[in-house]
Design a protein around this ligand. Sequence first.
Ligand SMILES: [Zn+2]
Length: 73
Amino acid sequence: MPTYKTVYKCRECGATSYQQVIERAASGALKPTGQYKCTGCRNVFASLRAWWEPRRQVDFQSSKLSPLEISSQ
Ligand SMILES: [Zn+2]
């Protein structure tokens, strides 16, 4: 499995390389799932950005709830 080096660092462990997550499809072909696995902590991230970008709790919550949803509760 190829390892990719980047200028970014894992937000969890500080590793600077990752691997693409590969899955075997029904046809037997190996396909990348679009997810990335850190070579340091082995965590799987939904995107490359999620791997290196520090967590921002406030932004995460405000983007999940639209003003409409908040007022209807
Ligand atoms: Zn890591």
